[in-house]
Design a protein around this ligand. Structure first.
Ligand code: ADP
Ligand code: MG
Length: 374
């Protein structure tokens, strides 16, 4: 373990006896760009939680730059140089990208001087070069609310870099991005990896192929395999637990399913038997074979436990076709029994987020009722 930036030594994390991490061993050197993949529930997020100190190991130790992380609180670990970017952007929408970056760079200091005073010149230079790096120089002074989903992701990566961490943790950076944005994100992370150590968690295989040098595959809380992307793709165990499942639904379909599923749960009174109907209905529609259907059910259940708000999901839809399918499925789901007030309210919220023409909505609602009859 000498010289390793990060060393995870036989770490187990138990939640009421369930081992989200199970005797996990992992080590990474300074300057590495490491990608972590694994099926849903493999322990990827818990792994990041251990590194940031959000979760303490039940057994084993985690070391960052040789320090035992169990002896430090979350904010101390962050000051030691561990920075984390969450899956959904957390930028200030009413501030410009420049102001967001200035705030991040000043986070240790008071927030007010940044807003009230002129930023000193050396800092301006850093912020300018950061805007350049994340491809937002031209849009540096418009409200961040006007940025695309991808641009917001880059801004948040920039905000993370502005805090000068030694290790960047990035959770699913390309979920919901267009192909072009995905490629740009890969280039950005590779550029950052020249001066930082980076851990990226990702599902999108095309993306992993683009950026990955060394890949670690997690499965049931342990490291299943480690190697280059070529080795990973050819390992029979990996194919069985991960790549085999991946083909069942595309990320775009999963997004639509998640929206439809959150409609199903709009009303907390859903009886278990009705949940069952919806889960099997959705997995049947989207996955053809029983194994795929089972994987999808698990994924949906996993999602439902997390309750990501519609406000975060819907903007990730890329095309009118995707928005239309999300609407049709959602309407089908709430119409499968009598629509109550809560469901009606959530449905109205979905409609306003989708922003489809009224005649399209009417057509899709009719089509949904039609397919319910058949
Ligand atoms: P991944 O990010 O790979 O999908 P997670 O680390 O989120 O996996 O979760 C691993 C397993 O641990 C899952 O089965 C999840 O349900 C469980 N888990 C995660 N956090 C908790 C918690 N706070 N309490 C109970 N179980 C949890
Ligand atoms: Mg996760």
């Amino acid at each position: 373990m000498s010289g390793a930036l990060l060393n995870i030594d036989n770490v187990t994390v138990s939640f009421d006896g369930f081992k989200a991490l199970n005797n996990l061993n992992f080590s990474m050197n300074e300057g590495e760009l490491r990608v972590i993949i694994g099926p849903n529930g493999a322990g990827k997020t818990t792994f990041l939680d251990v590194i940031t100190g959000k979760v303490k190991p039940t057994e084993g130790k985690a070391y960052f730059k040789g320090s035992d992380l169990s002896k430090h609180k979350e904010h101390e670990i962050s000051r030691m140089g561990v920075g984390r970017k969450f899956q959904t952007p957390r930028v200030y929408l009413n501030l410009s990208p420049r102001e967001n970056l200035e705030l991040s760079a000043n986070r240790q200091k008071s927030v007010f001087p940044t807003l009230l005073k002129q930023t000193p010149t050396p800092e301006k230079r850093t912020v300018n070069s950061l805007l350049e790096t994340i491809g937002l120089y031209e849009k540096g002074d418009i409200p961040a609310a006007l940025l695309s989903h991808g641009e917001k992701q880059w801004l948040e990566i920039g905000m993370l870099v502005a805090q000068s961490p030694d290790l960047l943790l990035v959770d699913e950076p390309v979920a919901g991005l267009t192909d072009e944005e995905t490629e740009k994100t890969g280039k950005l992370l590779m550029a950052l990896a020249e001066s930082h150590s980076v851990i990226v968690i990702e599902h999108d295989m095309e993306f992993v192929r683009q950026i990955a040098r060394q890949v670690t595959v997690l499965h049931e809380g342990s490291v299943l395999f480690e190697g280059t992307m070529d080795q990973v793709q050819n390992d029979p165990r990996v194919i069985e637990v991960y790549l085999g499942q991946e083909a069942t639904v595309t990320p775009e379909q999963m997004l639509i399913l998640r929206i439809a599923a959150s409609m199903a749960w709009a009303d907390d009174n859903f009886a278990p038997v009705q949940q069952e109907v919806i889960l099997s209905e959705l997995s049947r529609q989207f996955a053809s074979d029983p194994a795929g259907q089972q994987a999808l059910r698990e994924e949906l259940q996993n999602y439902l436990a997390k309750r990501i708000p519609l406000e975060e999901l819907v903007p990730q839809l890329q095309t009118p076709q995707q928005r239309e399918l999300a609407l049709k499925l959602s309407y089908e789901i709430i119409s499968s029994n009598t629509i109550n007030e809560t469901e009606a309210r959530v449905y109205q919220r979905l409609l306003s987020l989708l922003d489809l023409p009224p005649e399209t909505v009417a057509r899709l609602e009719a089509a949904a009722l039609e397919s319910l009859k058949s």
